[in-house]
Design a protein around this ligand. Sequence first.
Ligand SMILES: [Fe+2]
Length: 164
Amino acid sequence: MTTTIKSAELREMKTDIKKADRAEMAAKLGDALASTVVLYYKTQSVHWNVTGPLFGTVHQLTEGQYEDLAASIDEIAERIRALGAKTPVGLSTYVKNSVIDDLTEWGDVEDMLKQLTSDNLAVADQMREFVKIAEEADDVFTADLLTARIGALEEASWMLSANL
Ligand SMILES: [Fe+2]
């Protein structure tokens, strides 16, 4: 599913970004938020459950990654508010709207690393689509924010895969 935000529900603002564009962008950011929340929890559960010779490396690597994801969750949500919309609420909403699947059980460390490697890229690809929409709407700040997130996610994916 995807986040829906109605134009009529938006705060009135004097800005060059059109109201309909603000609503669309807020909805896309809602989807980006959902994916980031799911990735945050998956990354942290690897941090907790990893075992074996790679324990120290992966435990430490995922700690930096989930801290970065947590900070970005706040940034994305507050951008939705700055655009005049309300953020989506509820963990079940995030699971439904995320581009990556939630998961309740991990396999071995290789399974963990492979899954997180592709999850990070999947969220980056989703955001890349949203950057185009932000640019068309002249929402340069959102384009910038998402571009920075793409860089962080692609780097995370590389670092995870380098352990395979
Ligand atoms: Fe920890």
